[in-house]
Design a binder for this molecule. Structure first.
Ligand SMILES: [Zn+2]
Length: 346
C-alpha cells in the first residue's frame, strides 16, 4: 500500500489516535493450509506486502458422531436381543451389553450372551441378581420349581412364565448403567409376539418407561424398542441380513442339552424360523422336522379358533430339487426346499 505517502499529516494523526483508542479485535488466525508433503512458500520479511491472514471460517455445529456414541443394550442371550445387538452395531453405535442373572432356571442363555459379546468384542456386564430372583421374584416358572408349560404362546398357561416386573427391573438397571457411562440411549428387544402374555412388553408399558427414563435423573435417557411393532419372524429375517449367528442364542425355557421344542418359547422361535424360511441352527430334541410339525399344528389350532386360514409347510414355490436344477443356489436345501443360511448349518 502506498497511501501513506499521499496522506495528510492531520489524517495520519487522526488514524493513529483512533488506532490507540480502539483495540484490534482478537480474531483467531489459522495457519495457512499447506497440502500434505508440500512446503509452505517462504515469506520475504522485506516485502511491503504482508501475507493476508486466512479467512476466518465459522465452525459448523458439531453433530454427534453415531460411530462413537455409546449405548446400553439389554442382552438376554436369546435371539431377539442378540439380533438387536448386531442391529445397533450395524447402525454405528458402540454397545455396552447388559445381562442379568435373576436366578433363571438355567444359565444357557447367559452363556450364549457371553459368547456373542466375545465374538463381537463388545463390552459386556453380567450382573448377578440371583438373590433378588430367588427371594423377591418367585411365582414364575422361570425362577422357581413350577413346571414349564408347553404349547402355544397365546395359551393362558403361558402366564406362568411371567417373571414379576422383570422388564422394569432390567430397564432400571440399564438406565442407571447408561447414566453412569454417559450414554444417552438404552435399547431393548421387546416385540409384538411378547405382548399377549407379558404385560411388561406392551406398547403402553414401553411408553411409560420411555417417559420415566426422561425424568428419573438429571441426565435424560432415551429408551428405544426397535422391534416393538414387528414379530419374531421379522426379527429372524432382519438378523439373517445382519449375519447374526443364531447358533449362539438360546430360547428354550428348559436348560437341557438340546432345546425341548415344546415349551411356548421354543414353539414361538420355531415358527419364527419357519416364517423366515430358514432352518434354526439350534439342535432340538427329536430333530427339526418333528418340532416344526408340532409347532405348525399348534399354530393352526390357534388360527382355527380365530377363524383364520391355517399355515402350511412350504409348498413347491420355494422347493428346489436337484432334478429341477442341478445347480441350486447354495442357500437352498436341495431336499426340503427350505432356504438355509449357509452360516447357520447344523
Ligand atoms: Zn423349549
Amino acid at each position: 500500500m502506498v497511501e501513506s505517502t499521499q496522506m495528510s499529516r492531520e489524517e495520519a494523526e487522526r488514524r493513529s489516535k483512533a488506532a490507540i483508542k480502539v483495540a484490534p479485535a482478537k480474531v483467531p488466525v489459522r495457519p495457512a493450509q499447506v497440502p500434505p508433503g508440500a512446503k509452505a512458500a517462504p515469506v520475504n520479511p522485506n516485502s511491503p506486502v504482508k501475507p493476508s491472514p486466512a479467512p476466518v471460517v465459522k465452525a459448523a455445529p458439531v453433530k454427534p458422531d453415531p460411530v462413537k456414541e455409546p449405548v446400553v443394550v439389554i442382552l438376554s442371550g436369546g435371539m431377539d436381543s442378540t439380533t438387536l445387538l448386531y442391529d445397533i452395531m450395524n447402525r454405528g453405535y458402540i454397545p455396552y451389553a447388559l445381562t442379568v442373572n435373576y436366578a433363571q432356571r438355567h444359565v444357557k442363555e447367559i452363556e450364549c450372551a457371553k459368547e456373542t459379546c466375545k465374538a463381537l468384542k463388545v463390552t459386556h456386564k453380567v450382573i448377578d441378581l440371583w438373590q433378588v430372583g430367588t427371594e423377591l421374584l418367585q411365582g414364575s416358572a422361570l425362577t422357581s420349581d413350577t413346571a414349564v408349560p408347553e404349547g402355544h404362546y397365546s395359551e393362558k398357561a403361558m402366564r406362568a412364565t411371567v417373571v414379576p416386573n422383570r422388564n422394569m427391573i432390567l430397564l432400571s438397571l440399564a438406565i442407571g448403567y447408561a447414566i453412569s457411562i454417559k450414554a444417552k440411549k438404552v435399547f431393548y428387544g421387546v416385540h409384538t409376539g411378547d405382548h399377549t402374555v407379558y404385560p411388561d412388553c406392551r406398547d403402553v408399558f414401553t411408553k411409560a418407561m420411555k417417559g420415566a427414563a426422561l425424568l428419573c435423573d438429571w441426565s435424560p435417557i432415551e429408551v428405544l424398542a426397535l422391534y416393538q411393532n414387528i414379530d419374531k419372524g421379522d426379527i429372524v429375517a432382519k438378523g439373517l441380513k445382519l449375519n447374526v449367528d443364531y447358533s449362539k442364542t438360546w430360547t428354550c425355557y428348559k436348560g437341557m442339552e438340546k432345546a425341548c421344542g415344546k415349551c411356548g418359547s421354543c414353539v414361538e422361535r420355531i415358527l419364527a424360523f419357519f416364517k423366515a424360511k430358514v432352518d434354526d441352527p439350534v439342535p432340538y430334541e427329536g430333530g427339526w422336522a418333528k418340532v416344526l410339525n408340532n409347532a405348525i399344528e399348534l399354530e393352526n389350532k390357534v388360527k382355527l379358533a380365530k377363524g383364520e386360514p391355517p399355515v402350511t409347510p412350504q409348498k413347491p414355490k420355494s422347493v428346489v430339487r436337484v432334478a429341477d436344477n442341478q445347480n441350486p443356489p447354495p442357500n437352498v436345501h436341495v431336499t426340503t426346499g427350505r432356504i438355509t443360511n449357509p452360516q447357520n448349518k447344523r
